[in-house]
Design a protein around this ligand. Structure first.
Ligand code: FES
Ligand SMILES: [Fe+2]
Length: 396
């Protein structure tokens, strides 16, 4: 860990993980097998996790002026974000109050209002219903004041737009403490999107989270990363609502040409220091948002369940505008290396999902290098507690 990333008196208290010596040998910190395999839990996860937590919806560059909008999902739930006439961000359920048509798709620009393409009901950007064709035909039953768009919460975090379906949710800014200060130097709001990709993967979303938040498998499963990163100094800091990872690049040149070239040529984006040039950082916000911070680009990745053993993911990469030829080459090398790592991870996690079908198996102990897996498991157990058995709830 670099000195600049060490928790200070102004940072939130690190997650209270008990010291290794205090852990009972058989403490079952990982999630019970059923949580990865039982379709009966999907509704509870949707309701208790995805509809109550902050979900990444997109990048602020999609919302430059009044009427600009983007669409996203909070778990299974369609959401839209629009900039209103006063310049504020607003979020709504992406559904028409008449007969349920989806209102908007993709991202773009609407005029002064959002008009449903089915029967033409029209909503102002503040959500109020202002137009109903042939309104008289509804008689008394049409109460326009009660039929505004269903609101959701929205916040911007360093250029990334998050939504939350829970009207009582704690503001994201409060939850993540000093994360904005850590992200600030990457100037994410000023970066431009490239290489967006939607994908699916055959595994439970929690198995995918577990895999993302531990580096213990790197020496065995990611030979390229092992050559590039200084594994001994791969550090993890768990906070209440997010985890922060730092992985310095090795000083010894890799034997692999692509990795060697990347380490040689990489130059930091505007705002980053020479020290930032030699480190890859990752932030993981509970429950399902990953932000990868490289010297040359930033990428975001969010995944939601699409059944018990499948996810849908949304990936986007961001880079400084007007990057020169050398930077483009470095970004290409980065994406090439990380594509390989992603393919390795897809295979690993699909294999985990297969193994988790084994009746009689319960998870073994977790290493210190898997502290974030224990953190994530505790968060999930806390949120799903009412629908878990005593054994599943206590993780022991
Ligand atoms: S469903 Fe939107 S106007 Fe009818
Ligand atoms: Fe991995």
């Amino acid at each position: 860990m670099s000195a600049s990333a060490a928790p200070t008196s102004t940072t939130p208290a690190p997650y209270a993980s008990p010291p290794e010596a205090a852990r009972p040998a058989q403490r079952g910190e990982a999630l019970a097998r059923r949580l990865y395999t039982d379709p009966a839990l999907l509704d509870a996860e949707q309701e208790r996790i995805f509809e109550r937590t902050w979900q990444l919806a997109g990048h602020i560059s999609a919302l430059p002026r009044a009427g600009s909008y983007l669409t996203a999902r909070a778990g299974s739930q369609p959401v839209l974000v629009v900039r209103d006439e006063e310049g504020r961000l607003r979020a709504y359920r992406n559904v028409c109050r008449h007969r349920g048509s989806r209102l908007l798709s993709g991202s773009g620009q609407c005029k002064a209002a959002i008009r449903c393409r089915y029967h033409g009901w029209t909503y102002r950007l503040d959500g109020s219903l202002i137009g109903v064709p042939e309104a008289r035909q509804f008689g008394e039953r049409l109460d326009k004041a009660a039929l505004g768009l269903l609101p959701a919460r929205v916040e911007e975090l360093c250029g990334l737009v998050f939504v939350n379906l829970d009207p009582d949710a704690t503001p994201l800014a409060e939850l993540v403490g000093d994360l904005p200060a850590r992200l600030a130097r990457y100037r994410i709001a000023s970066l431009e999107s490239f290489a967006p990709a939607d994908d699916t993967q055959p595994a439970n979303w929690k198995a995918i989270a577990d895999n993302y938040i531990e580096g213990y498998h790197i020496p065995i499963a990611h030979p390229g990363l092992m050559r590039l990163l200084d594994y001994k100094h791969y550090d993890v800091e768990c906070y209440e609502h997010y985890v922060w990872f730092e992985a310095p690049l090795r000083s010894k040149p890799s034997s692999n040409r692509v990795e060697r070239l990347y380490a040689q040529l990489v130059t930091p984006m505007p705002g980053l220091s020479e020290e930032d040039r030699r480190v890859w950082r990752y932030a993981y916000i509970y429950p399902n948002t990953a932000i990868d911070l490289y010297p040359d680009l930033v990428s975001t990745w969010q995944f939601v369940p699409d059944g018990v053993d499948r996810i849908r993911s949304v990936y986007a990469a961001y880079r400084a505008p007007n990057s020169g030829a050398r930077t483009r080459l470095v970004q290409w090398l980065n994406m090439r290396m990380n594509r390989l790592v992603t393919d390795e991870d897809i295979d690993l996690v699909a294999n985990i999902q297969e193994g988790l079908q084994t009746r009689g198996y319960e998870c073994g102990p977790l290493s210190r290098r898997e502290d974030a897996v224990a953190w994530f498991a505790d968060c999930v157990r806390r949120d799903l507690a009412p629908v878990l058995s005593e054994h599943e709830r206590t993780g022991s």
